[in-house]
Design a binder for this molecule. Structure first.
Ligand SMILES: Cc1cc2nc3c(=O)[nH]c(=O)nc-3n(C[C@H](O)[C@H](O)[C@H](O)COP(=O)(O)OP(=O)(O)OC[C@H]3O[C@@H](n4cnc5c(N)ncnc54)[C@H](O)[C@@H]3O)c2cc1C
Length: 489
């Protein structure tokens, strides 16, 4: 049986827009701001004997892995999940993610109750404000639900556990034997080897061991590049004093190419900040001591780009000190030559096609792949059917992320050409010559009024058409533009 991504995605109600679909979901049951979800751990899964045989195995209990496991379990398939971390009981933290129509549609495959729960805890995101040197230079209407990554995980985990799927926490994959279809995991101080009779699903994130094993032992080709910036995170409580209109919790603020500020579902604000190498202020992002000098230096850096947030949200030094305690993080944008490196292994989510946070598609693309894979395997399809349905879009997601990277971390000529292209396309849109852009159909409000979710391959094709002449023209104009304005650098 061969599936196409179109077939799988279009199983959602055909003639309804996403907004219509969402409107049918039961009313909000909790207010945004409800904070942590508490989930008591069920009785632990019975420990596995060394050399035991399993059917489908999902490696990694992130959003992608849990959705795959849920769809398989709902279809009555035997599935076992392994996760290297401990099972939490209070789920809130990590970092905020925005679920857009792609992610929401993927989740709706597991039943509308999950969407209703998301609506009840999420903070709607209505716009993205692009700021440059303290000025809002653009404000784009968007459609999305801001929740913490761990909240998304908790909602899925609850469903997976309710179906009795065995989840083995604190089991870390260390090896895959390609010939014997065997995996080796570390638990506590010991290691166990297990046979996989069905499929091994690699949803083990950006640094995926499943992917690395396939690269080393199964000829998988992986193209990988860094996000282009190392980020730090600082949080602030929601101020008790009223905030000015420029500080609006339903807007996500992009601070030029340096980071973003947003409000979490519980009201907390955060700023993710990442200066690129070569930026004269980059040292502050690498400093780990909250000394008065470093705090003062951070204040000076923020004054250049985020003064309004400094004045109203990240107000005192105690708050800013948190920046230096936060762990610096970065990651990779990557693509694989195929999502089915062998006839029994499938890769999905960040393991397969990680983008960067500034692309805004990480959790959404992960959930979409998981929903396609889960649906195919649930109908007795193969990992090759999945690759046939999804490879082209995984490749396109990489193109999409790479273009975003050139906007955020590209050189001045790339930034200038992108800005020029966006400005002209924006004008053409106003005149009705262009219906929408890649951003409109992903995080823009238009995405919610379409009768379907656009595939990444379609989006990149659309973007190619729009950039064909404009981007090279922008690059040609760069020397003149840069001399006149110099804002792209
Ligand atoms: C700061 C930040 C902001 C972000 N913002 C957004 C956003 O606004 N919008 C968006 O769409 N996305 C965003 N993302 C990306 C999004 O969080 C990820 O794309 C998403 O979590 C991917 O889900 P996943 O299930 O594929 O992988 P993950 O969430 O990474 O889960 C992988 C799981 O596998 C486990 N694991 C790893 N190795 C092993 C092993 N060897 N053995 C067993 N288990 C293992 C891990 O512990 C983890 O639980 C952001 C990411 C970051 C870091």
């Amino acid at each position: 049986m061969t599936f196409t991504a179109g077939q799988v995605l279009l199983e959602a109600p055909q003639a309804q827009t996403m907004v219509e679909m969402m409107a049918k979901i039961p009313a909000v049951v909790e207010q945004a701001g409800s904070g942590a979800l508490h989930l008591e751990a069920p009785a632990p899964a019975a420990p596995l004997q060394d050399q035991a045989r399993l059917h489908h195995v999902v490696m990694g209990a992130g959003p992608g892995g849990l959705l795959t496991a849920l769809l398989l379990a709902q279809a009555g398939k035997k599935v076992t999940v392994f996760e290297m971390r401990e099972r939490p009981t209070n789920f809130y933290g990590s970092f905020p993610v925005v679920l857009n129509t792609r992610g929401l549609q993927a989740l709706s495959k597991a039943g509308t109750d999950i969407i209703a729960r998301i609506k009840s805890i999420a903070r709607p995101v209505d716009s993205i404000g692009i700021m440059n040197k303290n000025k809002t230079v653009a404000n784009t209407p968007t459609y999305g639900m801001c929740i913490m990554r761990d909240q998304a995980m908790a909602l899925l985990l609850k469903e997976v556990e309710a179906l009795g799927v065995p989840i083995h926490w604190q089991h870390k994959l260390v090896q895959v034997d390609m010939n014997d279809k065997k995996i080796t995991l570390e638990r506590g101080g010991e290691s166990i080897s297990l046979f996989v009779d069905g499929c091994l699903v690699g949803t083990d994130g950006n640094y995926s061991k499943v992917r690395r094993e396939c690269e080393e032992k199964a000829g998988l080709k992986v193209e990988m590049q860094e996000w282009g910036l190392t980020m730090r995170f600082v949080k602030a409580p929601n101020p008790s004093t009223p905030l000015p209109a420029e500080v609006d919790g339903s807007c996500h603020y992009v601070l030029g190419s340096d980071g973003y500020v947003c409000q979490h579902p519980d009201g907390t604000w955060s700023m993710s900040y990442g200066l690129q190498e070569g930026n004269p202020d980059a040292d502050i992002v690498n400093a780990t001591e909250a000394t008065p000098e470093n705090v003062a230096a951070l204040r000076r850096v923020m004054e250049k780009q985020a003064a309004v947030f400094l004045k109203h949200v990240f107000t005192d030094d105690e708050i800013l000190k948190g920046f230096f305690d936060s762990k610096a993080f970065n990651g990779h944008i990557l693509r694989c030559s195929t999502l089915a490196p062998t006839d029994w292994i499938a890769l999905a989510g960040d393991a397969a096609h990680a983008v960067a946070p500034y692309t805004g598609e990480g959790i959404n693309s992960s959930l979409e792949s998981a929903s396609i894979l889960g649906t195919i395997l649930a109908k007795n399809g193969t990992v090759n059917d999945y690759a046939a349905a999804r490879d082209v879009d995984a490749q396109a997601a990489y193109e999409f992320a790479t273009r975003n990277k050139s906007l955020i971390a590209g050189n001045a000529s790339q930034k200038c050409a992108s800005t020029f292209t966006m400005a002209i396309v924006g004008l053409l849109k106003k005149r009705g010559c262009v219906r929408g852009t890649i951003r409109d159909f992903t995080l823009g409000q238009m995405a919610s009024t379409e009768d379907r979710v656009w595939r990444y391959s379609e989006l990149v094709e659309l973007d190619n058409q729009q950039r064909k002449c404009l981007y090279p023209t922008g690059q040609l104009c760069f020397p003149i533009c840069c001399r006149c304005c110099g804002k792209c650098d």
